[in-house]
Structures are given as C-alpha cells and as structure tokens.
Design a protein around this ligand. Structure first.
Ligand SMILES: Cc1cc2nc3c(=O)[nH]c(=O)nc-3n(C[C@H](O)[C@H](O)[C@H](O)COP(=O)(O)OP(=O)(O)OC[C@H]3O[C@@H](n4cnc5c(N)ncnc54)[C@H](O)[C@@H]3O)c2cc1C
Length: 490
C-alpha cells in the first residue's frame, strides 16, 4: 500500500520535527519552505569573519531534540551535542550589583540571597512553588492538546484540574513575586521570566512562574556547534529518513474541496494531499493561504494580542571582555516603565533591559582572534507601524551608553561590524504577524486556553504546529507542538 502523504508548510523547528515524527510513523512527508534555508527564526549568518545565531540563543530541554533521534532509532550524540552551563546567566543591575545565576540550586540560592539580602528561605519557597506549578501543568498544558477529548479522560488531567487553584492563574506574575520577595532586585529577577514567551509580568498570570523551574531544574545548555546546529542536525536526520525539503517554495494557497483539504498550491501548481500541517504563523496561514474563505477563519483567536518582538544588534567587537559570559542581562532601573512603554505606549523606553549573548565565549571560531560576537537584544512591541528607524537610532545610543557605563568601556569604539534585525525584518523573513516572536501574548489569565489548537475545527485535514499555536513559542514548546500534532494526524 502506498504511504499516506502529508505536506508541511514551513521548515521552522516545529515543521522539521513534525516531518521527522510523521515519517517515523510511516507517512510520506514533503516540506515546502519559502526561504532558501531551513530554520525560520532559528537561523544563522556570517559577516566580516563573525558568525551569529540570528534568533534563539538559550537552549533549554534539549531532551526534546534528542528524543527525535531516539525515535528514529539513531544515537543523538552522532548528530547533536551540547554542554550544560554552570552559570546560566550573569545579571547586572544599575546599582552596581552583579548576580551569577548558578545552575546548582544551593549555590544560586546563596548567591541571590547575598546580593539582594533576601532570606534564603524565601528563595527556596519560591523554587518549591515553581516546581509545584510545573508538576501540575506539565502533562496537561504543555505535553497534550487542550482540544482533544482524550486529554480530559486521563488521570493526569483530572489530577491537574483538582490542583488548578495552586497554579496561581488569578494574580499577575509581578504581584506574586512581590509577595514572595521584599527586595526589588529579587522581584525584578523573577519578573523577567515573563519575557521568555514575550509577555508582560505586570499582566501575565503567575502561572508563568513555572519558567524558572524549567531553567533551574532542567538546566541551560550550549550546543557544541552553536544554536543553528540544532537545525542542521534535525534536517540531516529528516533527510536520512526520506523527508523531502523544497526551498524557495512559498506556499500561496491551501486548496480546499468544500471544508476538506485538497492540497497546497506552490507557484500556481497544486500538490495534492488530504493532510496539511502549517508551521507558518497561524495569522498568516488564514489571511494569506485561506484568504478566499473568511468564514472559516477563527476570528476571535486571530484578534488576540500578539507577543512582544525584539530589536537585535549583531556587533563584531574587537576585544574580549572578561567580565562577560555567554548570557548576560543588564537590567533597566525602572522595569515597570520599560514594560509600560512596550505594552501601552508601543515604543521603546530610554533605559531598556539589555540581553547580551556571546556565543564565541563557548565557540571561539564564531569570532576572529581576540574578538567577540555580540548579540545585543532588547524587547520591543510588535510592529503596528511605528517609526522604527527613529526608535532604533535612539535605542542604539541608549544601549551603547548603558553598556559603556556598566562595563567601564567605550563600546562605540569596539564595534567593527554591525547588522540589525527589528520587528519588520522578523515579520518579513519568517512570516510572523507583526514580527511577534511567540505568536499571541500570554498577558491574560486564560491565555493558555486561547491559543489556536493544533487542528482546525472547521477544515478537515488542516493541522498546525509551531510557536503561534498550542502549547506556545520557544524551542521546547515548538518541539512539543510537533509531538501533539503528529500524534493527532496519526
Ligand atoms: C530574536 C529571537 C530570539 C529568540 N530567543 C529564543 C531563545 O533564546 N530560546 C528559545 O527557545 N526560543 C527563542 N526564540 C523563539 C524561537 O525562535 C521560536 O519560538 C521558534 O524558533 C519558532 O519555530 P517555529 O517552528 O514556530 O517556526 P518559525 O521559526 O517561525 O518558522 C516558520 C517557517 O515557515 C516558513 N514559511 C512562512 N510562510 C510560508 C509559506 N507561505 N510557504 C512556505 N514556508 C513558509 C518561514 O519562512 C519559516 O521558515 C527566539 C526568537 C527570536 C526571533
């Protein structure tokens, strides 16, 4: 019997992972990608002797990558290797305080307590709370579809529903963190985790306080070949299993027969299949590929607020700074004002929190000798037509002033190569509506229930994976979406 065919729109990490999973399940899978390369937001580029990972820089839960090799009967380490970080991130505060977030929980607790004066017992209680939220939510909100009856028939779900009051969904992250800690720096430290899915700690539910547990307990990692090696390893695996990738192949339309999928159209040519998985942002999937079928659009879901976006400067630096590590954060002196600018004013605060990633600290060939590759990112609003050129010019100056002040170096003098990515570029390069990084925001109490499902309820044979649908954005959740969708298809 011929294998059943599935077509995937987009070779982002979730599209590739779905292709691998469905091929292992016996499907004949073809992936159509608009760009000339795979990876979507997770891509790389080289300039002036420097290599940069374009998007993600923090790897958590690498076991979800390994699992794909194991499923295919391969040894993960033959394809993909990584090391666990002893120090997850370096934090710099405007008051001169400096915190090293050690992976070792006891060491981290002592460090945070020493730096902030916060009693160790408060930090331990917080970790316990974070672990508890993880234990309640993990099996239901992350690993399974919220839109399938069978999810609600499992004991894990029943147990989680019984414990729902403990997930702290009714107050905001900031409110909960302010209750746990007296010191503003400790509150700010934990509020920052809202940005891991592009949300606002002053409105996102305290359920997101699960994120510190994921980073602290499961750890943070650096892939030996840099972040893009995740994509090269997965594409190699997929191709070895027989997945066919077509690049420079933007899908123009999802062809329907009534309310059933008939295939996709690429350059006017119909490719037939009764199962299509879209890894393209769900907003653009409906608005571009199903534009002739507005009645089939899930209007309410598509109107939801988008997550924040990012402004990134990729700087080649002609010096190595010993006080910096792989991941570094320079906090704003006024976090509330910063988020107010992002979410209410829709612009950029004059003192933004700066994330500085330097992969050449771990992979020396990412920069020429005695140099470093700086990925300098701030959170910014999604693109709603702001004067980005003006905002970027101001932000660049403010970032250089802040880093120069806190590092005691004239950073302007050290920049020998520069590229920039802003929400407009994220939107045009990866078809993410408004350039948002994580699909919809998690700023409402019930955001987890309001993300688009992994299957269309109105179009038979149409499925979704990736950061704009359930369970959410970020590499681990995109990989979980691939698991959910491939189980559902099969
Ligand atoms: C600056 C930045 C920093 C980030 N940092 C982190 C981090 O540190 N850790 C982390 O875990 N996550 C991070 N993320 C989020 C993470 O990158 C994403 O959640 C994840 O990569 C999204 O993968 P995806 O599978 O949803 O697809 P995407 O990467 O969005 O890819 C979708 C693909 O579909 C293709 N496509 C779109 N339309 C069509 C069409 N019509 N036809 C064919 N192909 C099409 C696109 O070209 C693209 O390749 C970051 C993202 C950005 C942008």
């Amino acid at each position: 019997m011929p294998k059943k065919k599935t077509l995937i729109i987009g070779a982002g990490i979730a599209g590739i992972a779905t292709a691998i999973r469905l091929t292992v399940k016996g499907y004949d899978v073809e992936v159509f990608e608009a760009n000339s390369y795979p990876g979507g937001k997770l891509s790389e580029f080289e300039k002036d002797g420097f290599r940069f990972d374009t998007g993600p820089s923090l790897l958590t839960m690498p076991q979800y990558v390994d699992e794909l090799f194991t499923l295919a009967g391969k040894q993960p380490s033959d394809y993909f290797n990584y090391q666990k970080l002893d120090v997850v991130c370096n934090y710099f505060y405007e008051d001169g305080n400096h915190i090293k977030a050690y992976a070792d929980e006891a060491k981290f607790t002592t460090e945070l307590s020493k730096a902030t004066g916060e009693p160790e017992i408060n930090i331990k209680k917080y970790a316990e709370n974070s672990r508890n939220i993880y234990n309640i939510t993990n099996h239901v909100f992350l690993e399974r579809s919220l839109h399938q009856l069978k999810t609600y028939l499992s004991w894990n779900t029943v147990r989680s529903i019984l414990h729902l009051p403990q997930i702290d969904a009714m107050r905001t992250m900031h409110k909960a963190n302010s209750r746990f800690f007296k010191d503003d720096r400790a509150v700010q430290f934990f509020d920052r985790y809202a940005t891991y899915n592009g949300s606002n700690p002053y409105s996102a539910p305290a359920t997101l306080n699960v994120i510190p547990h994921i980073e602290q307990h499961f750890g943070a990692y650096f892939p030996d070949g840099g972040m893009y090696s995740i994509i090269t390893a997965l594409v190699k695996l997929a191709e070895s299993l027989g997945v066919k990738f077509y690049y420079n192949s933007p899908v123009d339309e999802i062809a329907l027969d009534g309310r059933k999928v008939k295939g996709i159209k690429v350059n006017g040519e119909l490719h037939e299949a009764d199962t299509v998985v879209s890894n393209m942002d769900v907003w653009f999937t409906y608005h571009n590929l199903l534009k002739d079928h507005p009645k089939l659009h899930p209007q309410k879901i598509l109107q939801q607020e988008r997550s924040s976006s990012a402004l990134i400067f990729y700087w080649g630096i002609n010096q190595q700074l010993a006080q910096l590590d792989l991941h570094n954060i320079f906090f704003s002196a006024d976090y509330k004002a910063e988020f107010n600018h992002i979410w209410q004013e829709k612009n950029i605060y004059r003192d933004p929190t700066i994330y500085l990633n330097i992969s050449s600290k771990y992979k020396s060939d990412d920069a020429p000798a005695a140099c470093e590759n700086w990925f300098v990112m701030i959170n910014v609003p999604a693109n709603t037509g702001q004067d980005w050129d003006g905002l970027i010019a101001n932000a660049r100056k403010n970032i250089i002033d802040k880093l120069s002040r806190l590092l005691g170096e004239d950073i302007n003098q050290l920049i020998i190569s520069e590229s920039t990515l802003d929400p407009r570029g994220i939107e045009s390069k990866t078809s993410s509506y408004q350039g948002s990084i994580y699909g919809t925001s998690s700023n409402s109490h019930f955001a987890a229930f309001l993300r688009h499902a992994n299957k269309s309820s109105k179009i038979d044979g149409l499925y979704f994976c990736g950061g704009s649908v359930h369970p959410g954005g970020g590499i681990p959740l995109c990989l979980l979406s691939a698991k959910i969708v491939s189980d559902w298809v099969a």
